[in-house]
Write a protein that binds this ligand. Structure first.
Ligand SMILES: Nc1ncnc2c1ncn2[C@@H]1O[C@H](COP(=O)(O)OP(=O)(O)OP(=O)(O)O)[C@@H](O)[C@H]1O
Length: 233
């Protein structure tokens, strides 16, 4: 198998949980390279737990084989950036470069180019110097996605990146994600919007901590699987 067609991530027997309680148990799954993978499933299915395991912020058991270089970029569901932090939108996007050069170092020309491009793509340049706490939820969400893009990582993990975003912002985020896959990057996006998930290249459907189905969204999101997973038993 060539490097290009090798999956970005192959995982097997992945088990993860909190305080000794296992909430995720996936026998095998793959994240294809240069593609958008949608992770879907009901509340509590284990989507965020899977993302944290892929990001390496939650340690689990099992094997993760990675086919990408460097560290993944992770935009968690609820940002850890406190609203009261005296941090501007620009600062927040610039933090995306910390993985590359460490915190509080002077920005290089390459850093500034990556930050500027990410901000333009999410159309947040106009409020670059506003404090995060003064931005609307949807504006802040765009800043956090820009922070993820600025990392220029080969694997981008987005946990409900368009939560609270209006249709225009959702469009900007979707376009930015597509541009990433065209650049050869793998993107994994948690979504509750099945219409959006159907536009992905690959889909992982989680249910009660297990992988219920995986494959092309048209094959995964069938009336049968949707009824099995979302209709109360
Ligand atoms: N920090 C935590 N401590 C303890 N249990 C947790 C923690 N985070 C999640 N869980 C539990 O793990 C299970 C999976 O949660 P997870 O957040 O991964 O689900 P999800 O599919 O992302 O849900 P949602 O759609 O509501 O965001 C749930 O039962 C949840 O209660």
């Amino acid at each position: 198998m060539s490097i290009a067609s090798r999956p970005a991530v192959e995982l097997s027997r992945l088990q993860a949980g909190y305080q000794g309680k296992q909430v995720l148990d996936i026998e095998a799954a793959a994240i294809p390279a240069a593609s958008l993978t949608a992770v879907v499933g009901p509340n509590g299915a284990g989507k965020s737990t899977l993302m944290a395991a892929l990001a390496g912020t939650l340690t689990g058991n099992g094997a993760l084989r990675t086919g990408y270089r460097g560290r993944p970029a992770f935009v968690p569901q609820h940002s850890a950036v406190p609203e009261s932090l005296p941090c501007t939108a620009f600062d927040a996007v610039a933090m995306g470069r910390w993985a590359e050069r460490g915190p509080w170092r002077k920005l290089t020309a390459a850093d500034r180019a990556a930050i500027g491009e990410a901000m333009e793509r999410l159309e947040i340049t106009a409020f670059a110097h506003r404090r995060l706490g003064t931005l609307s939820g949807g504006q802040r969400q765009r800043v956090l996605v820009a922070q993820g893009l600025a990392q220029q990582a080969e694997l981008l993990l987005l946990d409900e990146p368009d939560a609270g975003a209006d249709p225009q912002a959702r469009g900007l985020i979707a376009d930015a994600i597509r541009a990433e896959t065209r650049r050869g990057r793998a993107v994994v996006q948690v979504s509750h919007d099945l219409t959006e998930a159907r536009r992905a290249d690959h889909c992982l459907l989680l249910h009660r901590g297990h992988l219920h189905a995986a494959g092309h969204p048209d094959d995964v999101l069938t009336p049968t699987t949707i009824n099995q997973v979302w209709v109360p038993s």
